[in-house]
Design a protein around this ligand. Structure first.
Ligand code: UD1
Ligand code: CA
Length: 453
């Protein structure tokens, strides 16, 4: 059986007061439309179709190959929106699942139940409903005295008595496709000059066909986004959901309410996340780490047993047992090997610090390769930029860079070399050599101490 989703995303979302199309506003780092596409995956078999209108270009660009799109112009209501899909889908699908794209908490399982309800239905429509004390402007589900569904009445068209109805139309439907295409043309024009998809319910009932409602129990799933207040409400609910998932997988969170983790982040067991920590983008974190408090991590990979205290990581890679912070900043291409220690007020960009490198205080390392066990003294700077180009610095193993050394790139420092405090190094330094001064000159040959490891 072919089941195709139609996601309605043409509306303006006026109440968002935004230049960004409503369905591109993010929740947990992904646009609303992404959440809708994710939710319909489980219950459908074909590529989804998104009805676009306001901000069509931007929405289509975001969708890329994940969905096909059809333009609704002008926007004459939800029934009119679905009508735009007819020429593309007619004859190509048995069921159509219609969803609005502004309910990011709606679960895939709920839509699976909806399709199952329709499979058991002799009539052409099943829809999601929920019972709630606060109607929030939703359409009311009117039932006949025998309990069967009679109609959906929009709030602004409802009588005082109908307004008291507590069963609401959530905005998820499964239609028998062939029946739907002909019914759409029979929808009457509303007082507001729109064609309401919800009027298909009454049409089915008048045809003597059965309409089923799949009653949902989780009210939270039905929160739709119309304003930025709803956006914040849903963000909080989604954050709770994501954090609960990680905790059930073995991650400790001291304060989930102040732990902000985007969708797509993975975290291994026995990692502890301290408060006020943001983990974004494509980030992978291994086991037994201590992250935060006050840490921001984006698009980074962290191994096992690392400590990251009050630091910012962007596009960085940490191997195992790294200890960093407070107030360390890793930028794109920073790669810290096993047991690297990076103390306060350091910045590393596009550089590899091999196993056991120590960089305790106030240093900038950019476009550099640093050998194992090398010590970078306080205030060391790789002067990697000459105003036009970036130049590399290559430092060997077991090097001791004295405090406040300026390493003027391009530069090579041989293994076992030392630089004196305040040295300005402009020429390559051979292995096992001490350089001092400005510019630094070679003054003696050194004996290298072999370290036991
Ligand atoms: C709709 C339902 C209502 C339900 C509520 C749940 C109708 C007539 N009413 O009302 O019963 O309780 O959702 O949230 O369907 N859209 C288009 N093209 C249009 C109009 C709307 O694509 O011409 C899209 C919007 O972008 C939005 C969705 O359809 O994603 C719903 O439209 P909206 O105007 O928010 O409908 P509601 O008045 O909330
Ligand atoms: Ca709405």
């Amino acid at each position: 059986m072919k089941i195709t989703a139609i996601l309605l995303a043409a509306g303006q979302g006026t109440r968002m007061k935004s230049n960004l199309p409503k369905v591109l506003h993010p929740i947990a780092g992904r646009p609303l439309i992404w959440h809708a596409l994710e939710a319909i995956k489980q219950s459908t078999t074909e590529k989804p179709l998104v009805v676009v209108g306001h901000g069509a270009e931007e929405v289509t660009k975001f969708l890329g190959a994940t969905a096909q799109t059809v333009l609704q112009e002008p926007q004459l209501g939800t029934g009119h929106a679905v009508m735009q899909a007819e020429s593309l889908l007619k004859g190509n699908t048995d069921y159509v699942v219609v969803c609005y794209s502004d309910m990011p908490l709606l679960r895939g399982e709920t839509l699976v139940k909806l399709v199952e309800t329709q499979k058991a239905n002799t009539g052409p429509i099943s829809m999601l409903s929920v019972v709630a004390d606060d109607p929030r402007g939703f359409g009311r589900i009117v039932r006949k005295s025998d309990g069967t569904v009679a109609a959906i009445v929009e709030e602004h068209e409802a009588s005082e008595k109908q307004k008291q109805i507590k069963e609401l139309n959530v905005g998820g439907y499964c239609f028998e496709a062939e029946w739907l295409w002909q019914a759409l043309h029979r929808i009457p024009l509303s007082k507001k000059g729109e064609y309401y998809l919800t009027d298909t319910v009454e049409l089915a009932v008048r045809d003597g066909l059965s309409v089923q409602a799949a009653l949902m129990d989780d009210l939270e799933e039905t929160i739709g986004i119309n304003t930025r207040i709803h956006l914040a409400e849903v963000e909080t609910a989604m954050r709770r959901r994501i954090n609960q998932g990680h905790m059930l997988n073995g991650v400790t969170m001291m304060d989930p309410a102040s732990t902000y983790i985007e969708i797509g982040v993975t975290i291994g067991r026995d990692t502890v996340i301290m408060p006020n920590t943001y983990i974004h983008g494509e980030t992978e974190i291994g086991e037994g780490n201590l992250i935060g408090p006050n840490t921001i991590i984006r698009d980074s990979k962290i191994g096992n047993r690392c400590k990251v205290l009050a630091s910012v990581l962007e596009g960085a890679l940490l191997e195992d047992d790294v200890d960093m912070g407070p107030f360390a900043h890793l930028r794109k291409g920073a790669h810290l090997g096993n047991h690297v220690h990076m103390g306060n007020f350091g910045e590393v960009k596009d550089s590899y610090l091999s196993d056991g490198v120590k960089m305790g205080h106030f240093s900038y390392i950019g476009n550099a390769q640093i050998g194992t066990q090398t010590n970078i003294g306080a205030g060391t700077i790789t002067c990697n930029y000459d105003g036009e180009k970036k130049h590399p610095t290559v430092i060997g193993a077991d090097v001791f860079i004295g405090s406040d050394t300026m390493l003027v790139a391009p530069l090579k420092i041989g293994a076992g070399a030392h630089t004196g405090a305040g040295a300005v190094v402009t020429k390559d330094v051979p292995e096992d050599t001490l350089v001092v001064g400005m510019p630094a000159r070679a003054i003696k040959k050194l004996e290298r101490k072999t370290k036991e490891s």
